[in-house]
Design a binder for this molecule. Structure first.
Ligand SMILES: NC(=O)c1ccc[n+]([C@@H]2O[C@H](COP(=O)([O-])OP(=O)(O)OC[C@H]3O[C@@H](n4cnc5c(N)ncnc54)[C@H](OP(=O)(O)O)[C@@H]3O)[C@@H](O)[C@H]2O)c1
Length: 248
């Protein structure tokens, strides 16, 4: 009997592979004998990831999700991929009164328009295989819960879920599944981009049901499940991985 959880031999594109959840996903895929196409912006961190990934057939690509004019040449150089984990994203905190259209566009471009249009470009270039799987990393922030000052980020992550649910129907005929993972707060560099210091982060974690943030590897586990054939009838759903935060 073949193991449906295996992703061995699959070619998997991972955005945001230079840091946090994307990096953990790329490493898990490599450890599970998949071929990883790792996307990021920082060439040095892409090279260090490449050196760390076990196995063969991995490649790294520098690509900015807010610069679609860069994409055609990168896409043309890709092999056909079996699965796409869209992990790249940015945080942005501002009280609503201070939200600017420019910042809204930057956040929407990176967190929603970029990953969604990248899927469309891959389809147009016939680089996404039939039977493939797309996993967008959204967040519980927006689709499930809200925090003061987080409207930009929440909007982008809610829009991503809405788009993914519709893509799941539109692409079902091509036998491509589309799902979202909704992480709770995860211990990555992203949570240190705001004003909270280590003590404030520890206090926040202590108030969560499991008294800790997620480890990026725990989010990667959920992403890889949805990428795998074990999730072959899972389509258009949101897998919440937040230690119970959004149910209290
Ligand atoms: N950490 C959390 O608490 C949490 C919770 C829920 C959801 N999420 C979501 O999980 C995903 C990963 O977050 P993380 O915590 O792992 O963040 P992270 O450690 O800050 O990593 C963000 C990644 O996104 C890439 N990126 C940012 N802007 C980009 C752009 N314009 N074009 C291409 N790549 C870009 C970065 O690439 P470079 O470094 O190379 O620029 C980096 O690899 C994000 O979508 C985030 O919204 C995170």
């Amino acid at each position: 009997m073949t193991n449906p959880f295996s992703i061995a031999g699959k070619t998997i594109l991972v955005t945001g592979a230079t840091s946090g959840i994307g990096r953990a996903t790329a490493l898990l895929c490599a450890h599970m004998d998949a071929h990883v196409l790792a996307f990021g912006r920082d060439p040095q961190r892409l090279d260090s990831l490449l050196a760390e990934m076990p196995g063969e057939g991995h490649r790294v690509f520098s690509l900015d999700l807010t610069s679609p004019e860069q994409w055609p040449s990168v896409i043309a150089s890709l092999p056909v991929i079996d699965a796409f984990a869209a992990c790249a994203g940015v945080a942005s905190m501002a009280p609503f009164s201070f939200v600017t259209r420019e910042e809204l566009e930057r956040v929407m471009d990176t967190n929603c328009f970029g990953p969604v249009m990248l899927v469309q470009q891959l389809l147009k270039a016939k680089k996404l295989a039939k039977g493939g799987s797309v996993v967008f990393v959204s967040s519980v922030d927006g689709p499930r819960i809200v925090h003061a000052g987080n409207s930009l980020y929440s909007a982008s992550k809610s829009a991503l879920v809405g788009m993914a649910r519709n893509m799941a129907i539109d692409l079902a005929g091509k036998k491509i599944r589309v799902n979202c993972v909704l992480p709770g707060t995860t211990d990555t560099p992203m949570i240190r981009t705001g004003s909270a210091d280590e003590q404030q982060l520890a206090e926040t974690a202590a108030h969560l049901p499991m008294k800790r943030f997620a480890d990026p590897g725990e989010i990667a586990n959920a992403i890889v499940f949805l990428l795998s054939d074990a999730a072959s009838y899972v389509n258009g759903t949101e897998l919440v991985v937040d230690g119970g935060t959004s149910i209290i």
